[in-house]
Design a protein around this ligand. Sequence first.
Ligand code: P6P
Length: 357
Amino acid sequence: MSSNENPTLSISHELALDRDCTTLSRHVLQQLQSFGPNAQDLSALMNRIALAGKLIARRLSRAGLMEDALGFTGDVNVQGEAVKKMDLYANEVFISVFKQSGLVCRLASEEMETPYYIPENCPIGRYSLLYDPIDGSSNVDINLNVGSIFSIRQQTGDDPDQTGQDLLQDGHQQLAAGYILYGPSTVLVYSIGKGVHAFTLDPSLGEFILSEENIKIPRHGPVYSVNEGNFWQWDDALRDFTRYVHRHEGYTARYSGALVGDIHRILFQGGVFLYPGTLKNSQGKLRLLYESAPLAYLIEQAGGRASTGRQTLLDVVPTHLHARTPLIIGSQEDVELVESFIEERDRQHDEELIPTS
Ligand code: P6P
């Protein structure tokens, strides 16, 4: 090599190095085409979310070998659900990664009745994090996939009584949303309103590295994902849909009991996930602000659709922090098929109400 030549990598090595350097924080800045304060905030927020994902993934990978990592705490959360030790750990992780960040003033989670404040952040931290720290925790003790779901919103007003009333806004107000899937690999999927992108954790680097960019959900897919054990509790329309997929070729049932894994499959393969209202819970089981709305934001960014069955999910304004709604989410054509059964039954019901002359 003569003195005036700079050493250069081969193209393939250069591309590989560049990809390994496309971390989440860098990708956010690339998406926003800005290094301004708001872009830096979002980049830092996503970096902290990634740190939470790494800490939770590490705990999950060792839980079977650790004292006191698995099993139940003996407590019941605000949802009336038995709390797993991993739920508690993951909830604390998200709080810890945002301390001394100057970013997030307030966190609202499935595990906490009211929002948690980080006072040192509040004077300047104008962001709120809404999250389900471990979604699908019934899978934790049997080593099946689980996930974390997150949503970032701007703190709009003051919250003098610290009840998070200003969080009761529709899903279009979200600044960022996504999930972390703890599976054979740990994958973080997110959107800041500029498409959907997936990052895979490289344990040897300790970094989430870009693995899929601008993910688009198929307009139709074979998967329908629902707990058919609730069939007896559903409205007629959902039974009509279930009978339809039972009688038509090209459908396959996949249901893991963990929302994030089921949604991740549908994001890549197409199809529809449903958690309808039931006799026991007319609004279904899934919570709007930190489960359905973040996933709806993401799926719509990927070109899919999410609804309650009668209303676009992102339009729903919750009445309280832990409000639930029915959820039908996935490929545009498949969600619309479910909605068509609901519309037909509603039409028949309205006709029955019209007095015959
Ligand atoms: P069911 C897990 O508890 C969860 O919130 C979601 O992850 C999952 O999709 C759903 O509940 C499973 O509920 O009633 O089918 O067991």
